[in-house]
Design a protein around this ligand. Structure first.
Ligand code: 39S
Ligand code: ZN
Length: 767
């Protein structure tokens, strides 16, 4: 029984890759220096895995930006606008766009990788597009590892996932039609890899976790039967993760591959189906993903061994591997880096990050191989003891929180009056102009803001000094917003490291780490807090800065909160109770905060929910159940206030078409959404649905430093005005401005206010 790891984090133990890449972008280091850092990280990762005793170690799981982008390069799927560029310049231009005297190209789109907080670069396809092979990166990594004495299994994205996750850039064809021209490129790639003496290649096809249409199913058959005769002796590991094969199980078991990988963490019921399946022929190896690649809890050995034993009885040791459920890309790197702090102390013994997960895989492998080493049995016992302690720990259980969740009623999820009644009251109370202007919350998180926070956290400056600094930043932001004439202001979120981590730091039941970084996109990382116990709010979390900001202006300053579903989705969530229960606990904490903001005189409160869409289960059958509890949790958080208090929500990177009635069901008085890149296309869902509440379609793309003109934004607003009742329209950017710098932020917002004013003027003339 071999051990397998599907992939390892590539950011480095202390985010070395982020630092080197950003330095390279700023021209502070050379390409060679960047590649040198990359090489060091790869080397450390390989040695770490070898040292732990992993049998099947990946290569090509490293990336300077994203694995889908790498695959675009490998397969020569390079959009025309980048074809005059070469090398790293081309690579990063595809990822981030490039604007110089000579070149002006927009970046490729980025979107969420299944239901994770990782974003991938979306391949672009056109009819009759040609592909070509660039195997250099893959071959280089195989050799780099070999020079350390490590034979790796390269990881590549499979052809069906590659095509399905991409996007047609012209109409009139389907991207799967490109399969015939893509397959010979894979064939050449397998040949080149075989020439390196490689035994196994891991082909990732996570689209197996989704519903597949007939066209995709036959594409799978076509591709893998083609591979059967065109891979030069290479053995294939077909990897699906994030859910079971479901209705695609027949299809998957019928494909001519040597190894089939199962994510038994997300779905262990599939094991029974597979073991009983007539197509399981005694030849295929099953790779059992029992160690969670996406969460940070120590593996429960007893539970994992039960699954492995069941499989062993049916297919025997020789046909089984033990491994991680998915790539460890989604886990932090090393728990061993964490210094004990009072709150992580007890929790720490329940956790395993990537490094620790490697030993878990190997221990399970040995135990399942009936290795009788004394120390192994000790380890098993210790593991059982820790899990028992965790279940009964006082840290986890808070009776009054459980009671409160149990007593939730339908009423708790209902505003007092209907939207129509609230709207009348709010109009009278708030007295805002037509096309009211606002922003989404954050203003630039400059280097200076981050440095001051680091100094404060390291006790290098006092809390008074830090507060004074934040006060100065907040005041500047308020003054700026007043100067340019925005209608509804924000405080700027300068006191927050991250919109989820910040709340995690103030809530009971949450722990946070110092180095628990996970890649979100490119060089951007997040440090998800850990929800280990029942959640409660010991004291108000945002009232101080919201009140201060409100006291600085006669205009309304929006209170700014992250919603329960987004806090859940972007944290590491406890695995000992249903997510819905944890979500309701968070919802109650946010509800209390909303009520406290109202008491403090805040009239408009925004509850951000950008992760509602990302949290959708991968299979449609499971959507209704999720949406039912997720939307209700939002409503619980929003429904404790008077009719006159205006509740906003905000969502980005979301398509709304297939969930628009649930979005309407949130019943927020105002929703602000990302629409500018799609030129208001995303609004159509709201139009078709006759969405009744107020809505702020984003008029400028905050992911780019480019300053949109007044005319552009006015045009977008005109489009929106033709689609929706103008008295329901708000004017705002797509999302928060934390990743931007001040100069472009100022220029863009000034233009935005001008666009709104110009439109108001035209409207007055009409009447
Ligand atoms: N959790 C979460 N998920 C999300 C989003 C989000 O905002 N939050 N947005 C979308 C993704 N967008 C993102 C946009 C920006 C960043 C981002 O900027 N991340 C920062 C880290 C943010 C952070 O927590 N910063 C901390 C610590 C930052 C830090 O590295 N400090 C330095 C010192 C400061 C310096 O020299 O820069 C250090 O300790 O060494 C702070 O501000 O306090 C980064 O990678 O650089 C991440 C995701 C979707 N998912
Ligand atoms: Zn947003």
């Amino acid at each position: 029984m071999k051990s397998i790891v599907l992939g390892y984090p590539r950011i480095g133990k202390k985010r070395e890759l982020k630092k080197a890449t950003e330095a390279y972008w700023k021209k502070n280091i050379t390409e060679n220096q960047l590649q040198e850092t990359a090489k060091e990280i790869k080397k450390a990762n390989w040695l770490e895995q070898q040292h732990a005793g992993i049998d099947l170690i990946s290569s090509n799981d490293f990336s300077l930006y994203d694995q889908m982008l790498d695959m675009c390069i490998t397969l020569g799927s390079i959009p025309k606008r980048f074809q005059d560029l070469i090398g790293l310049k081309q690579y990063f231009a595809m990822a981030r766009g490039l604007q110089t005297d000579k070149v002006d190209v927009t970046a490729m789109e980025m979107t969420k990788w299944f239901d994770t907080n990782y974003h991938y670069i979306v391949p672009e396809f056109t009819t009759g597009q040609a592909f070509s092979l660039n195997p250099e990166k893959i071959i280089k990594e195989i050799r780099e590892a070999k020079s350390l004495g490590i034979e790796t299994k390269p990881v590549i994205i499979g052809p069906i996932t590659f095509l399905l996750l991409g996007k047609e850039k012209v109409e009139g064809f389907h991207r799967l039609d490109l399969l015939p021209s893509l397959l010979p490129i894979y064939k050449k790639l397998f040949n080149q890899i075989a020439a390196e003496g490689v035994e196994y290649v891991q082909v990732d096809e996570p689209v197996f976790a989704q519903d597949l249409e007939n066209k995709a199913q036959s594409a799978f058959k076509k591709a893998y039967s083609y591979f059967a005769n065109n891979r030069n002796g290479i053995k294939l590991i077909l990897a699906n993760y994030f859910d079971c094969y479901g209705d695609n199980l027949n299809l998957a078991l019928d494909l001519p591959v040597e190894v089939l990988h199962l994510d038994l963490v997300r779905c262990n019921l599939q094991l029974d189906d597979i073991l009983a399946h007539p197509l399981l022929d005694g030849q295929k190896i099953l790779s059992l993903g029992v160690v969670d690649g996406r969460n940070i809890w120590k593996n429960d050995y007893e539970k994992s061994l039960r699954l492995i034993e069941k499989a062993k009885r049916k297919v025997g040791k020789a046909n089984l591997w033990v491994g991680t459920s998915c790539s460890l890309l989604h886990s932090p790197v090393a728990l061993s880096l964490e210094k004990a702090n009072e709150q992580l102390d007890e929790v720490k013994q329940w956790l395993a990050f990537s490094e620790e997960k490697l030993s878990e895989v190997v221990t399970l492998q040995k135990l399942a191989n009936e290795d009788t080493d004394e120390s192994l049995l000790e380890e098993l016992k210790e593991n059982q003891r820790i899990h028992k302690l965790r279940r009964s720990s006082k840290l986890i259980h808070n009776a009054s929180v459980k009671e409160r969740v149990k007593n939730l009623t339908e009423q708790d999820a209902q505003r007092l009056s209907t939207f129509q009644e609230r709207q009348i009251i709010q109009r009278r109370e708030l007295n805002l102009p037509l096309f009211p202007t606002t922003t989404i919350g954050s203003f630039p998180q400059t280097q200076e803001v981050r440095v001051q926070r680091r100094k404060f956290k390291k006790n290098e400056i006092s809390s008074q000094a830090y507060d004074a600094f934040l006060m100065k930043e907040t005041e500047k932001a308020i003054n700026f917003q007043e100067e340019i004439g925005l209608d509804v202001l924000v405080h700027g979120e300068f006191e927050r490291n991250d919109m989820v981590e910040y709340f995690g730091e103030s809530l009971e039941g949450f722990a946070f780490t110092q180095f628990g970084w996970v890649q979100s996109y490119g060089t951007r990382c997040v440090k998800p807090p850990i929800i280990f116990g029942d959640v409660s709010r010991p004291e108000p979390m945002t009232v101080k800065w919201s009140s201060i900001a409100q006291s600085l202006s006669k205009k309304y300053v929006k209170g700014m909160l992250t919603g329960p579903v987004t806090i859940l989705q972007w944290s590491f969530v406890r695995n000992d109770q249903p997510r819905a229960v944890t979500c309701n606990q968070i919802a109650l904490a946010i509800r209390d905060e909303v009520c406290d903001l109202e008491k403090a005189g805040i009239k408009i409160i925004q509850i951000d929910e950008p992760a509602i869409r990302e949290g959708l289960p991968l299979r449609k059958d499971d959507w209704a159940n999720y949406l039912q509890w997720a939307i209700k949790a939002f409503r619980i958080s929003a429904s404790g206030v008077a009719d006159a208090t205006q509740i906003h929500t905000h969502m980005c990177y979301s398509e709304f078409n297939d969930i628009i009635d649930d979005i309407a069901g949130m019943d927020a008085d105002v929703i602000t959404i990302e629409t500018s890149r799609s030129k208001m296309e995303l609004l159509q869902a709201f139009v078709d649905f006759k969405y009744p509440n107020e809505i702020g379609p984003g008029v400028y793309d905050i992911h780019s430093p480019r300053v949109p003109t007044v005319q552009e934004m006015e045009n977008l607003l005109l489009t929106a005005s033709e689609l929706l009742p103008i008295e329901n329209l708000w004017v705002n950017p797509d999302c928060g401005l934390k990743t931007r710098d001040w100069p472009e932020t100022k220029a863009a917002l000034e233009n935005m206010v001008r666009a709104a004013k110009s439109l108001r003027q035209k409207q007055l003339l009409k009447v």
